[in-house]
Design a protein around this ligand. Structure first.
Ligand code: UGA
Length: 434
């Protein structure tokens, strides 16, 4: 069976590489020739632990191919996965132009019965639209089946998530298509849920919206803990033992970022509005997150009022550890707020520094290590909980900073240590140490 994946972003590339690794012959297609050249040389355009090794291994085994020639990718494919981006439009809706362009291109090249699998996160009803786009364009004697197969991998642990997923969702009206997809995924040995197409599309949005809700909920509990004197770490632990609640996604912080939760919550809310449905919980989740992202800066503003000439360090720039992705990262909002206040900013991130430099150029300083970044600082913001950042001890902050004041958005240190060392330490959902 010849399988082609359209799009070599996070989802497409990781899916393609992992399916090749379990023995399928995979062609990954992208219109970006430079990216394809890099991939053919074994170089990944995204930072993802373990990905380059798997690319090289499967290129050598000749199970994995990269091309920017649509003829080569689509003409004799049995199954084509569409895994291109669906970024956010200005009004919050999902931008479907890349998915549609991929569908149009595919229809120009296929000349036999083909199964089209939509992996991109798309609003309910889009798979049907894709089916129409292709069927209108191909020879009517060709049978086209479209299936929804949403993705649940996380950046930073994408390979692990693909091989150890909790479930695979297949939305199709055709038994044969379901069977074909089952056979593709069988080597992964992961439970498979088969649904109708619209439900599969909804499962993806509902899952991300639910996880975002958990985060906004725990952030609000943290905010209330700050007012009442409770400790969010202890509260979350106590809640997490309840199996109905679960202990994951209860880490309070400075809001969810990245390329998925922010855009998917907004797109689901937009979809609800299209159906005249007032999705009250989701709207609150989105608003709580907006507030939470400003929270660390507002704490600092309350304390310092004037940042002019203050040496401020921002530790961690990626939206979470193990990725270079800075999309919707709280660090960007914090840096922008600090720049408006005329602070002298130094930043450090183990991987994402280049991406931030493209945004801020010489408006801020870039350090080579977390330790270098905090030297002589008047205050430090801890924004991403990278191992390299958590390894700094509070004693090192105390020794290195001009004035030991820490705003920790990820609760990296115990309160008693800060107290013992005489560090002013403001974290999330815990008592301030002053
Ligand atoms: C998320 C989902 O977890 C995946 O299942 C989904 O496939 C993916 O979106 C997607 O739609 O493609 P991802 O955005 O890579 O994955 O990252 P997560 O690990 O889920 O973290 C998202 C954000 O939530 C981060 O900013 C993280 O710091 C924040 N978070 C997460 C918290 O603030 N607290 C937590 O307890 C967990």
């Amino acid at each position: 069976m010849k399988i082609t994946i359209a799009g070599t972003g996070y989802v497409g590339l990781v899916t393609g590489v992992c399916l090749a690794d379990v023995g399928h012959t995979i062609t990954c297609f992208d219109i970006d020739e430079r990216k394809i050249q890099e991939l053919n040389g074994g170089k990944s355009p995204i930072y993802e632990p373990g990905l380059e090794d798997l690319i090289t291994k499967n290129l050598e085994a000749k199970r994995l191919h990269f091309t920017s020639e649509p003829e080569q990718a689509y003409a004799d494919a049995d199954c084509i996965f569409i895994a291109v981006g669906t970024p956010e439009n200005e009004d919050g809706s999902a931008n479907l132009s890349y998915v549609e362009q991929a569908a149009i291109m595919i229809s120009e090249y296929i000349h036999k019965d083909t199964v089209i699998v939509v992996k991109s996160t798309v609003p309910v009803g889009t798979n049907e639209r894709i089916a129409r786009i292709i069927k209108e364009r191909v020879d009517p004697s060709i049978n086209i089946e479209v299936a929804s197969n949403p993705e649940f991998l996380r950046e930073g642990s994408a390979i692990h998530d693909t091989f150890n997923g909790d479930r695979i969702v297949i939305g199709t009206e055709s038994q044969e298509t379901a069977q074909l997809l089952r056979s593709i995924y069988e080597p992964l040995n992961i439970p498979i849920v088969t649904t109708d197409i619209r439900s599969a599309e909804m499962i993806k949005y509902a899952s991300n919206a639910f996880l975002a809700t958990k985060i906004s909920f725990i952030n609000e509990i943290a905010n209330l803990c700050e007012k009442t004197g409770a400790n969010i770490e202890e509260v979350a632990e106590g809640m997490g033992y309840d199996k109905r609640i679960g202990n994951q996604f209860l880490r309070a912080g400075i809001g969810y970022g990245g390329s998925c939760f922010p855009k998917d919550t907004k797109a689901l809310n937009y979809l609800a509005k299209q159906y005249d449905f007032d999705f009250r919980i989701l709207e609150s989740v989105i608003n709580v997150n907006k507030y939470q992202k400003d929270k660390l800066f507002l704490k600092a503003k309350e304390l310092f009022q004037d940042f002019t000439g203050k040496k401020v360090t921002v530790l961690g720039l990626a939206f979470k550890p193990n990725t270079d992705d800075i999309r919707e990262a709280p660090s960007i909002d914090i840096i922008e707020s600090l720049l408006k206040e005329n602070a002298q900013i130094t930043v450090f991130d183990p991987i994402a520094m280049g991406n931030v430099e493209e945004l801020f150029h010489d408006k801020i300083n870039y350090a080579n290590s977390a330790l270098e970044a905090i030297q002589e600082a008047d205050m430090v913001f801890i924004v991403t909980e990278w191992r390299e950042i958590k390894e700094l001890t509070l004693a090192q902050y105390k020794e290195s900073m001009a004035q030991p004041v820490i705003f920790d958005g990820r609760n990296c240190y115990p309160l008693h240590e800060a107290k013992e060392l005489g560090i002013q330490y403001y974290s999330i959902g815990r008592k301030p140490v002053e």
